[in-house]
Design a protein around this ligand. Structure first.
Ligand SMILES: Nc1ncnc2c1ncn2[C@@H]1O[C@H](COP(=O)(O)OP(=O)(O)OP(=O)(O)O)[C@@H](O)[C@H]1O
Ligand SMILES: [Mg+2]
Length: 250
């Protein structure tokens, strides 16, 4: 198992943000977390990545329970892109490689090779302020992917994209994961995105944040996304997830 949470709880003072979470993510498994705003998805991701302490229970990543060790196994893409304003898009994208000890020129070549595929060609030298929200998100996403960590923790990676770019990025990520499997914990607001990208979708309810349903995706990361999401098996699971979400929100 790559990520294991047992009886994990967290509070912000009086507010019970997560209650008794039991979650196990296998090696190279993709698990999506969906749930209403404020149900603790980002908090859970931060705890997994060792960026926030939990209040009770256990958490391990790649067998390690210490926060620093957990962080060392995770490439984390926060909900806010956190690009460095004084770095160009290319140097922001290269950052994770530089942190791994790759030299500046080599890091620029490796990250730069992905710019075209991410729809960023020509913007290598732009500063983050000169990019659109969707482009900034793609730079942050690229930086996370090239970090070379076993676990990807992605908090709403496509939230700032329009529907078309969003579908394209989902297909692209699906292809990337087919080519090179990774353990992924993905937060999404979009049930269709979650069911297309993930092997398993975990539905959370709010106040307190807890798991209310777990659903197996019928065609994870299928090559033809449009076909997969209109398949009757997919539609049936989506309906189940929506019911669980509605019950959790109400
Ligand atoms: N630093 C903080 N201090 C106090 N309360 C917080 C803090 N961060 C989050 N919360 C509260 O904890 C709960 C869970 O927040 P969290 O950001 O994890 O939710 P989320 O599921 O990621 O929501 P969203 O879908 O809007 O991103 C919310 O009620 C939020 O108001
Ligand atoms: Mg969040």
């Amino acid at each position: 198992m790559s990520v294991v949470a047992r009886d994990l709880s967290h509070s912000y003072g009086e507010l019970r943000s997560l209650e008794r979470i039991d979650l196990a993510v296998g090696d190279d498994e993709v698990v999506a977390l969906v749930g209403p705003s404020g149900c603790g998805k980002s908090t859970l991701l931060e705890i997994v990545c060792g960026l926030r302490d939990h209040s009770a229970g256990e958490i391990a990543v790649e067998g390690d329970t210490g926060a620093a060790a957990r962080l060392s196994h995770c490439a984390y893409m926060p909900q806010k892109d956190l690009l460095l304003p004084w770095f160009s898009a290319l140097d922001n994208a290269s950052l994770a490689l530089r942190n791994r000890g790759v030299g500046k020129a080599a890091a620029r070549v490796e990250a730069g090779a992905l710019f075209e595929r991410f729809g960023l060609a020509g913007f290598e030298g732009s500063s983050p302020q000169e990019l659109s929200g969707g482009m900034r998100q793609r730079v942050a996403f690229l930086r996370t992917l090239v970090a070379g960590k076993p676990v990807l923790a992605l908090d709403e990676p496509f939230a700032a994209l329009d529907a078309i770019s969003r579908g394209e990025m989902q297909e692209w990520l699906a292809g990337a994961l087919r080519a090179e499997a990774r353990t992924v914990l993905l937060v999404s607001h979009d049930i269709e995105e979650a069911l297309y990208l993930a092997d398993r979708v975990v539905v959370l309810a709010a106040r307190p944040g807890r798991i209310v349903a777990e659903l197996q995706a019928p065609h994870p990361r299928a090559e033809d996304r449009d076909h997969a999401v209109t398949d009757p098996a997919f539609v049936a699971v989506r309906e189940k997830a929506l019911v669980a979400l509605r019950e959790g929100t109400g």
